[in-house]
Design a protein around this ligand. Structure first.
Ligand code: TXA
Ligand code: MG
Length: 316
């Protein structure tokens, strides 16, 4: 698919300049953000966006997040509001995406929004992501850089395993700090939590001074892309396990005997950062995965959301 294979770029000014160049040519570049690695393409170039869907094998009804360098840049594409301003002031740059009505003359490909009249925008905090977005000076559509439905990548090696040969380049800057995707807040109508993630619900509600509408864990589809079975390892996943059954490998949290521990100290921030790498690693054992209980407070809500999706029945 890519004539010269996938290029590996280092996280320095020359790597960033090359990555920006490839994006301007309409090619795809995976890059680090503080949440997970993103698979970037020029959001204004329909062919580039179509090739994101193709590289991931992603269902076309699933809209993408537009990444920009600043809140000012975001305002070129969406209808800004007082609530957006409050959340941007408090959490940008950082692991929060805001869904807002599109603005006239936005220029974003309708493949990014999957035909919706809203756009998800995010200003990532990772220094490489920021440098890249500043160099490109335009919106970069970027889903997580994994084949659709599979575990999200928190290292360049995870990206290579899933997408090598299918994209132009990977910008490598080591593991991601947060380890879970951004929290998505819908602000096109009543403020709503569309996906739990790296910024906890309670902090968002404190800034807005109001409660967010949200579905209780494991409920309905919320954001259009929230397919039930998602983040799926090859192995089956069993939640709330007290111990191993049969052939299982055990993923633990807190002071438990297990094969891989998300955080022996029971720290949810550390657990979030380790989650996807631990799933990748245990999946490599070829055995079913059992997971000990994880509390639902703070980042636990987003961790459990991803684990429930990893455990959900598969389509085929
Ligand atoms: O942390 C993140 O958000 C990462 C990094 C790369 O920034 N990106 C990411 O993108 O997780 P992705 O494509 O894997 O997830 C995007 C989610 C999907 O669930 C999609 O349905 C939702 O955002 N979304 C995008 N645009 C939307 C819109 N206009 N309305 C509602 N949901 C939207
Ligand atoms: Mg994803």
């Amino acid at each position: 698919m890519i004539p010269n294979g996938t290029e590996y770029l280092s996280a320095d000014p020359s790597g960033i300049a090359q990555a920006a160049d490839l994006l301007r040519q309409g090619l795809l570049v995976a890059f680090p953000t503080e949440t997970v690695y993103g698979l970037g393409g020029d959001a204004r170039n329909g062919e580039a966006v179509a090739s994101i869907y193709a590289a991931k094998g992603r269902p076309s009804f699933n809209p993408l997040i537009a990444h920009v360098a600043s809140a000012e840049a975001a305002r070129r594409f969406v209808q800004w509001s007082g609530q957006a301003e409050k959340l941007a002031d408090a959490f940008w740059p950082g692991p929060l995406s805001l869904v807002l009505p599109l603005r006239d003359g936005h220029g974003v490909s309708s493949l990014v929004t999957a035909g919706l009249d809203t756009l998800a925008v995010r200003v990532p905090a990772h220094p490489m992501a920021r440098a890249l977005l500043e160099a490109v000076d335009g919106p970069v559509a970027a889903p997580s850089a994994n084949p659709s439905g599979r575990i999200s990548p928190t290292t360049a090696e995870h990206v290579r395993e899933g997408l090598d040969g299918r994209i132009a380049a990977i910008l490598d800057d080591g593991p991601c700090g947060v380890g879970l995707e951004s929290t998505i807040v819908g602000l096109a109508g009543e403020p709503a939590l569309l996906r739990p993630g790296g910024v906890v619900l309670e902090d968002i509600e404190a800034v807005l001074g109001t409660e967010l509408h949200h579905h209780k864990s494991g409920d309905l589809l919320t954001a259009p892309g929230q397919l039930q079975s998602h983040y799926a390892p090859d192995a089956s996943v069993r939640l709330n396990a007290q111990s191993r059954q049969g052939d299982e490998v055990l993923l633990g949290f807190g002071p438990v005997e297990c094969d891989e521990n998300l955080s022996a100290e029971g720290n949810l921030i550390e657990a979030a950062a380790n989650l996807f790498a631990a799933l990748h690693k245990l999946d490599g054992s070829g055995r079913p995965i059992a997971v000990t209980p994880i509390p639902e407070n703070g980042l636990g809500a987003a961790i459990n959301d991803r684990l429930r999706r990893a455990a959900a029945p598969r389509d085929s």
